[in-house]
Write a protein that binds this ligand. Structure first.
Ligand code: AMP
Length: 136
């Protein structure tokens, strides 16, 4: 059940004030709030990074905002810093794991055709093997 104070806007449940509170039944909100276990790699007040449960490469980390933003399409004015932080964190994690020389990839799937399966913005940070291009 969606709490009554949340309203649906563009397919998203939001508070009437337009906030980005935790969304019930969002697995990544639960990870961000420590309600579901994950292999946390990094966390701060803005972002959480954790190992993907179904890794597609030796390094497969997901970086999410703590607040609920359902996809890239829901980014708004003022989110530039958050997105910049996420990318700097991706580079830091890759560097710490020694993938800065070999290379790595940062991907945000958006919507059905891209195969987005979790509607909470996340950046895949993938490395440790030669990645194909174009992607499948
Ligand atoms: P996407 O298909 O781009 O939406 O990516 C969602 C990713 O989340 C997939 O790579 C899943 O393996 C991963 N995933 C789903 N549930 C969990 C979870 N509980 N812990 C870690 N990763 C997850």
């Amino acid at each position: 059940m969606i709490p009554p104070r949340l309203v649906c806007s563009r397919g998203l449940w939001r508070s009437q004030s337009g906030g980005r509170e935790q969304v019930e039944d969002c697995i990544f909100c639960k990870i961000a709030h420590g309600q579901v276990e994950s292999q946390i790699v990094y966390q701060d007040e803005h972002l959480v990074a954790f190992d993907d449960i179904n890794p597609q490469a030796p390094m497969h980390v997901l970086i999410i905002p703590r607040v609920h933003i359902s996809s890239l399409l829901e980014l708004g004015d003022g989110d530039e810093e958050l997105v910049g932080r996420a990318h700097r964190l991706a580079a830091r994690i890759a560097r710490e794991r020694g993938y800065d020389r070999r290379g790595f990839r940062v991907v945000a799937n958006c919507g059905q055709d891209a195969g987005q399966s979790v509607p909470h913005l996340h950046f895949h940070v993938i490395g440790g093997r030669a990645l194909q291009w174009p992607p499948g």
